[in-house]
Design a protein around this ligand. Structure first.
Ligand code: C5P
Length: 402
């Protein structure tokens, strides 16, 4: 959290039950050395007392335009200029609506309108409010206005709704702010990076499919890292619940391996670096039943499967000398040997090995433990268990050194 030291952060708190989590967030930010000014809505004070907040931040909490007994005016303009970042957590449906429409009837929204810095919001409300068209519309407006909306990733395959509305954990929010203040390495400025991510889904009939447990988190972390280093990113992803926040990332959603190949093939010619982080299903049903297969037999004899195209290998065949192709190997055993074999067979420049045998590595987790192997014969790099964000930074450090 070293990037937060000395940073001026406005912590906006609106009236939701998740306000208790803001106390933890405030503590984390202060502990990391940030200078935090809390601005709370009148409703927010029903959930958490200003005394708790001011003791932690070491500053009086601002809630009204004037301090009642002294008549001192709180300048939202000065506050807006002072801040290096503003984070509103929790952001209720009402506060989000006011922000989206410039309804400056409290100190929090007024400060938001004066803020020159990056603004983050962490929505917190029940699922129905969160998925109401008006909230969706207001969040879209905020995104359009450059606000970064922080939502927890659900990690649930094919269920984009589970967990929505729950406020992101304070630790995650603090991590995100820390990453936002990271010194920017713009080494990939002007470069085009393509990343495949997530699982592929191969339809059997209108209601059934073959897929795998890939969450997409590693590929999305790579996309964010590439964008933060200045690259134009094309992120081709199978169905997953991950979201992106950087406008430098162009996301292309696909479903099957064939669709992923088609999109990757199109993007590849213009790209300088391609990273194959998707868990492509090895096989797809030979035929698609356009009607639901009925449960009329005791046992189903077979669903004939055909081999999917190998996207990495097919790009490897047409790779130019000025392009870098990176693959992943997820292995349960003989990791190094399998990774080296894939490196050669698919004509990759670099392969990232993660072993399912390592706790905390592989599918679904927020962490990963990798080794990197190179085609040019240099010795491999082995890393410890880290967050996928930190792993993505290690991978791009390796790529930049190629
Ligand atoms: O052969 P295997 O699936 O183990 O290879 C893993 C690497 O190849 C990963 O980088 C993965 O994204 C890529 N791959 C692919 N298309 C496939 C299978 C794997 O691009 N059909």
């Amino acid at each position: 959290m070293q990037n937060l030291k000395g940073k001026h952060i406005i912590l906006g708190i609106s009236g939701g039950i998740a306000a208790y989590k803001s106390v933890v967030l405030l503590r984390l930010l202060v502990k990391a050395g940030a200078d935090v000014q809390v601005v709370i809505t009148p409703n927010g004070k029903q959930f958490i007392t200003p005394v708790t907040l001011s003791s932690l931040s070491g500053k009086p909490v601002i809630s009204e335009f004037f301090t009642a007994n002294t008549g001192e005016w709180h300048s939202h303009v000065d506050l807006g200029l002072w801040a290096d970042a503003m984070v509103i957590a929790p952001a209720t449906a009402s506060t989000i609506a006011k922000m989206a429409n410039g309804v400056a009837d409290n100190m929090l929204v007024t400060t938001y309108l004066s803020a020159r810095s990056q603004v983050f919001v962490a929505p917190a409300m029940d699922l129905d409010m969160m998925s109401h068209p008006s909230t969706e519309r207001n969040l879209a407006t905020l995104r359009n206005d450059g606000v970064i909306v922080i939502e927890p990733e659900t990690g649930e395959l094919a269920s984009h709704l589970v967990g929505r509305g729950r406020m992101e954990e304070p630790e995650k929010i603090a991590e995100l702010l820390n990453a936002f203040f990271a010194p920017k390495n713009q080494a990939l400025c002007g470069k085009h990076v393509m990343i495949t991510a997530g699982p592929t889904v191969e339809r059997i009939d209108p209601v059934r499919y073959i897929s795998n447990f890939s969450s997409g988190k590693m590929g999305f972390a790579l996309a964010e890292e590439a964008a933060s280093r200045g690259a134009d990113v094309t992120l081709i992803c199978g169905p997953c619940a991950c979201t992106t926040s950087n406008p430098m990332i162009k996301r292309i959603d696909v479903e099957s391996a064939r669709e992923m190949l088609e999109a990757a093939d199109k993007a590849f010619d213009s790209c300088d670096v391609a990273i194959m982080a998707a868990a492509v299903a090895d096989y797809a049903p030979a035929e698609f039943h356009d009607r639901k297969i009925k449960r009329e037999h005791e046992d189903v004899d077979s669903i004939r499967l055909v081999k999917n195209p190998d996207i990495a290998a097919s790009l490897g065949k047409k790779k130019r000398d000025d392009q870098i192709l990176v693959g992943f190997a997820l292995e349960t055993d003989n990791g190094a040997a399998n990774a080296e074999e894939k490196l050669t067979r698919k004509n990759l420049d670099m392969i990232v090995l993660n072993s399912l045998a390592d706790a905390g590595a592989g599918f679904g987790t927020d962490t990963n433990k990798i080794s990197v192997y190179y085609a040019d014969g240099r010795p491999s790099n082995n890393y410890t268990l880290k967050s996928k964000t930190a792993v993505a930074a290690d991978i791009f450090d390796c790529i930049e050194n190629l």
